[in-house]
Design a protein around this ligand. Structure first.
Ligand code: HEM
Length: 397
């Protein structure tokens, strides 16, 4: 395929900043999206097993509602964190993204409803389980399948977007234009590998959870040990599965001897050894986040090479540097995003670590962070609107 048409489809306004920065942000934010995708699917999946055990087993009766809660919050985070890579991929790979949104238009709409119904059913599952309804298992299972299917759709958009040589054939099979928007092509091994990371995520989460509740007197030591043990077994099993599926995927790609694939294989083996020996599970989770960053880089590496080989090089994208929007973005990201997330995480950590009632107003750090967020948000709103109106009037008057 010739990339002339793709180059013509690029945004004539050009990029507001250097493409490599968007590429880096894409890799970073997709890894974060993936972290919560895997945590939510892992937590929901394991909670379904928990619903079968919780009536007869004390440990599972405590763990299951906690897993449901973790998955529920993670879905909202995966959605929020999915928007960022979506924006970055649209900036540097806009011809790819919009072509797929046309070829698979109906599936894109179905994706929205699938997510909407799947997540709403998750809440239903949460309340049904709380009320000890026997229907909760079925509701949870349907929600799980819908969320997995949403992931499969996202996967199909991702893999179709890196097969430009097939777009014409999908658009007009045998010369007849197909406007159904029903193109749906998947790469089973790639999808299975990615989804298998949900098992690793939940295994590590269980270990973090056990380390976290250790200091909390509300939980028995036996419960804590049970969870730690379970988490460690699940993690070991999961990394072996990840390793096998990654080998299969890189073999299918013809990249088994590629340096990037070798790095991932070695990293997975070291990760397996370390998670078995490291006592502090938070370090293992940090290593998992690094693994996700590497995998995210690998996805981008595949895409960059495919596109570059046909003549579409993101580094050649026309530039039109806009310092104002870049400064606004960085300031928002660091001030509002950074302090806001630190505030929420600090408070959540302290609430969980507290044996009983936590009075945030008496905690100096939380109070300082809360006041800072309020001030930053207020200033941000003023700057945002003042700036917006200034530009609007400057351009239109
Ligand atoms: C339950 C819901 C979701 C699941 C399970 C899920 C899962 C996934 C998976 C497995 C991939 C990787 C596909 C691959 O590389 O083969 C992916 C990619 C992606 N997802 Fe999600 N996702 C979900 C929702 C969302 C939402 C709501 C957004 C945006 C708001 C989003 C944005 C993205 C983006 C931008 C990519 C990368 C696409 C590309 O590289 O071309 N996802 N998602």
């Amino acid at each position: 395929m010739n990339a002339d048409i793709l180059n013509l489809l690029r945004d004539p306004a050009g990029l507001p900043f250097y493409p490599v920065v968007f590429q880096g942000l894409y890799i970073l934010t997709w890894a974060l999206h993936a972290l919560f995708v895997f945590l939510s699917l892992g937590a929901l999946g394991l909670s379904l097993y928990g619903t079968l055990r919780q009536k007869t087993d004390k440990n599972w009766s405590i763990l299951t509602p906690h897993l449901i809660q973790v998955g529920k919050i993670s879905v909202s985070l995966l959605i929020v964190l999915g928007v960022a890579p979506l924006l970055f991929t649209q900036v540097i790979y806009d011809p790819n993204w919009y072509t797929i949104n046309t070829l698979s238009g109906l599936w894109v709409v179905i994706f929205i409803y699938c997510l909407l119904v799947g997540y709403s059913m998750y809440y239903w599952y949460y309340y049904a389980n709380k009320a000890n309804k026997s229907s909760s298992k079925l509701i949870g299972a349907v929600s799980f399948l819908l969320l997995i299917f949403a992931g499969l759709l996202m996967h199909s958009f991702a893999v179709q977007s890196i097969q430009p040589e097939k777009w014409m054939q999908w658009y007009a099979p045998n010369g007849v234009v197909d406007t159904s928007g029903l193109n749906f092509h998947v790469n089973t091994i790639r999808f299975l590998f990615l989804i298998s990371l949900s098992i690793t995520a939940i295994g590590l989460f269980l270990q973090n959870y056990s380390d976290f509740i250790k200091s909390n007197k509300a939980f028995l030591e036996s419960y804590d040990n049970y969870i730690k043990n379970l988490g460690s077994k699940i993690t070991t099993f999961a990394i072996i599965i990840n390793f096998v599926l990654f080998i299969a995927w890189s073999f299918q790609l013809g990249k088994i001897t590629d340096i990037f694939s070798i790095v991932i294989c070695i990293y997975l083996l070291i990760f397996l050894l370390l998670t078995k020996n490291i006592k502090n599970s938070y370090i293992s989770s940090a290593l998992f986040i690094i693994l996700l960053l590497i995998i995210s880089g690998f996805r981008e590496y595949i895409k960059f090479n495919i596109m570059n080989n046909i003549g579409y090089n993101i580094y050649d994208y026309p530039l039109n540097i806009e310092w104002t929007s870049i400064s606004m973005f960085i300031l928002t990201f660091v001030s509002l995003g950074g302090i806001g997330v630190t505030f929420i995480c600090t408070m959540a950590w302290k609430v969980g670590k507290n044996n009983g009632y936590f009075d945030a107003t008496k905690d100096k750090t939380v109070t300082l962070l809360a006041n800072s967020v309020l001030w930053i948000l207020s200033i941000w709103c003023i700057v945002y609107f003042a700036w917006g109106f200034f530009i609007l009037f400057k351009n239109s008057l």
